[in-house]
Structure formats: C-alpha cells, structure tokens
Write a protein that binds this ligand. Structure first.
Ligand SMILES: N[C@@H](CCC(=O)N[C@@H](CS)C(=O)NCC(=O)O)C(=O)O
Length: 230
C-alpha cells in the first residue's frame, strides 16, 4: 500500500493527498513534525528531506528539482488517471510554476500568520527558527501587518483561474488535470487555518473548489465506458 509522508497543512502534501484520494486507491498517511525530517531522510537513503514523499513497497518516490512533478507523475502512471496528457504538458508546466510560486507565496504567508494554532507546541521552536532563517527575524509579524494587502494580491493572482473556469468545469478540460490538484493544494494551505474563505467575487473558482473536494476518478472512467469516443 502507498504511504504518504507529510504534514497536514503543507500545500505540496495536500496536492498528492487529493490525487491519491481521487484515484480511489487505499493509502496510508504518516504525519511527521515539520521540524523533524528524519523519517524522510532515512526512507530516501539520505537523498531528500522535503515533504511530501511517498513510499510504495520498496521504492521511495520524491522530487528531484523545484519544478519536477515526480510524485504526481508516479501516481498518475500507476493508476492511469490522465492527469498529464502530452498535448497539455507545455501549458501545464507553465501553469504549475505560476501556481507553485505566484499563488503559493501568498497562501503560505497568510496561513503562517496563524502558525501557533497549527504547529504543535513541541515543534514551534523549530518552525519559527526555520521561517526566520529563511525570511528574516519577525517575518511572521510582518505578514500579519500586511494581511489585507496579501489577501488582495492573492485574489488578483486567482483571477486568471476564474476566467478559465468560465468556459469549463476544470481548468483545462472536462476532467481535472494535474494543475487542478496543484491549485487545490495551494488553496488548501491558505484555507487550512479556518480563518479565510476564497474570494467571494470569484464565483466560478468557489464552484470549482467544491467540485475538487469531492471529485473521483471512477466517475470519469465510467463515463468513458458509457460514451467511448472511438
Ligand atoms: N517542489 C516540491 C516542493 C516541496 C516543498 O517545498 N515542501 C516543503 C514543505 S511544504 C519542504 O519540505 N521544504 C523543505 C524544508 O522545509 O526544509 C514538491 O512539489 O513537493
């Protein structure tokens, strides 16, 4: 059985968790503290310390660069989910960079404002130190002071998706592709604290988000059987 090693509010972990749920396969979640990556380090034979990773039998599957999608492509290949059709590879690879940088940057800052509510007390020191070493001392208080502006910027970054969703139920097609799960993961991180809602003016995005929380691969597979194209 596939095991997903994660912590629950990580945007990148939410992406893989939702893809696994979508597949309908049984899988196990192993939560680790954000500040203790020793399990990941051991399973990847000292080659990786990020999350998520998945363990499938004897294989540990993990990313090889900032922009690789090794885990999602592995799950997609194993369960034939149609998340990476060749004709969309180019546009998806541009979109996932935008999603994982432009969108994610606002989502994690807004969620981190509530870090004390999310991070268990035993992990708080490592969490704060990790953030301040990366973004500077007092960074989380700065984000709190900028909260309104960050929310407005996020809404603006989400507008292209609202426009895409005016024409179809998912970003690129009648069924979800990888970028749908990718955006869902970043927004899952933004929504994790429970203090935010998606911008109400993005009505299509709100409808898409509700669809994305429930969508199952088997409903598309059945449709294909009933209405084969060839
Ligand atoms: N491109 C990677 C990014 C993963 C990533 O940035 N994970 C964060 C947690 S959300 C992490 O573990 N960063 C390394 C660290 O915290 O030391 C992916 O898609 O999985």
């Amino acid at each position: 059985m596939i095991e997903l090693i994660q912590f629950p509010w990580s945007p990148f972990c939410i992406v893989q968790r939702r893809i696994l749920e979508f597949s309908g396969a049984k899988f196990k979640i192993i939560n680790i503290p954000n500040g203790d990556r020793s399990l990941v380090w051991r399973l990847t034979r000292e080659r990786y310390y990020g999350v998520p990773i998945i363990q499938d039998g004897k294989s540990a599957v993990f990313e090889v660069s900032e922009d690789s999608q090794v885990i999602a492509k592995y799950i997609d290949g194993k369960f034939k989910l149609g998340l990476f059709p060749w004709e969309s590879e180019g546009v998806q690879s541009i979109l996932w960079r935008y999603i994982e940088n432009e969108v994610e940057g606002f989502c994690f800052r807004l969620n981190d404002i509530y870090w004390r509510e999310l991070v268990p007390s035993g992990d708080r020191l490592r969490f704060l130190r990790h953030k301040e070493r990366k973004f500077g001392p007092g960074c989380i208080n700065q984000w709190k002071a900028q909260q309104k502006g960050l929310l407005a910027s996020l809404a603006e970054r989400l507008l292209p998706f609202e426009e895409m969703l005016m024409f179809r139920p998912f970003l690129l097609a009648e069924q979800p592709r990888f970028v749908d799960f990718d955006l869902f993961g970043m927004l899952g991180n933004f929504l994790y604290s429970g203090h935010y809602r998606l911008p109400t003016k993005h009505t299509r995005l709100n409808q898409w988000h509700r669809r994305m929380t429930q969508v199952q691969f088997k409903s598309f597979a059945r449709e294909k059987e009933l209405h084969p194209r060839h």
